[in-house]
Design a protein around this ligand. Sequence first.
Ligand code: GLU
Ligand code: MG
Length: 424
Amino acid sequence: MLREELVFVGTCDIAGHVRGKGFPAREIDARRRKGIGWTHSNLMQTAFGPILDTPFGTAGDLMIVPDPTVEVRVDFEDGSAPEHFFLGDIRNTDSTAWECCPREFLRRAIAVLRAAGGVRLVAAFEQEFVYTGNQHRDGDAYSLNAFRRQGTFGESFVAALRAAGMRPDSFLAEYGTRQFEVTVAPADALVAADQAVITREMARAAAHRHGFRACFSPMPEASGVGNGVHIHMSLQDASGEPITHDAAGRMGLSMTAQHFCAGVLHHLPAICAITAPSPVSYLRLTPNRWAPTLIDIVQQDRGAALRVCPTFAPDDSADVARQFNIEFRVCDAAASPYLALGAVIFAGADGLQRKLGLPPSADGAEELPHSLGQALDMMAASKAVAAWFGPVFLEAYLRHKRSEVQHVAEWAVNELCNRYAEVY
Ligand code: GLU
Ligand code: MG
């Protein structure tokens, strides 16, 4: 069969989908600076595809410029086209950053954190999804049997992650129906977000080669548990030394980490609309699903919004400091990792700048928003969020998500879950 290799350049957008365009791989050098043509309203494509509302109309030109450090080329060696793509930045035609570029949003957050005392954030994404190649059987949760029945999907997936430049940490059969979980090794914030995007795509790519799907919808079935995206975070000083831990601090947290976490909790009602950005996200954030429902930080509690994680068999105090991390659990895969991590970092940096303190105890913690509509109202009311986004991006984000809320308003819970399971 006559074939010529293609390559795709894209970004993970407001809907959390990777969108962009492809071209012949032999043209890549000519495309490095010019990327692919894009337009402002492309950002307004909803999870379901159609642009339901846009402040940009049909006018304007942009580029998605590939980041040379984020090239994925994974050949599954089954005769299928290699997965060959770049992630990149949305730029104006004069090469300056577009104010609504999701990846640029994260870069700006990282810069603000760095300005707040030279702090760097390292993150590891732990992501849950449903592999449709497994038939559900009662008793599957964490079982070797479910792990076995996914066949060679797991091996293809892990090999693809490694070929894409990641260090896979774990792959397991999770608690939910046909649910699996994958974690890759920590990396600097921007790299970690890129890798979170690539991890989802490699899961989909490996599942596709097996004739099935990897579904990352936050709540694939109304009666089950959700698919969470847990972001493990630790802080480092400018020289790369870990600064999250202090044995004498509250819950073992250094003052820097306490301020950071206090900022995240303070802004959580408003950033929920970014980290849990779909109507079905709020079916996940309900009691008895091992998902958070309160604006709280608790040591080693998987029901908390922020979980202070344990350290495992540490060799010494330096090892404790290295392992010590905080897990942000109010996130799911309807969110672009760039926007979710960016919002958390902006919030944490604000806590650091203002030296916010943690609440004295988890008793009396406020509830998380109960719907995307409610979260969007909180977001719209936040002066801080407005400053992080800027007026154009903020309006685009709110209009995008409010049009989605309106689009699905008549769907009953089962239809809602089914339709979101189709698109994520
Ligand atoms: N599935 C749960 C969630 O939606 C998390 C389960 C776990 O603790 O890993 O976040
Ligand atoms: Mg899990």
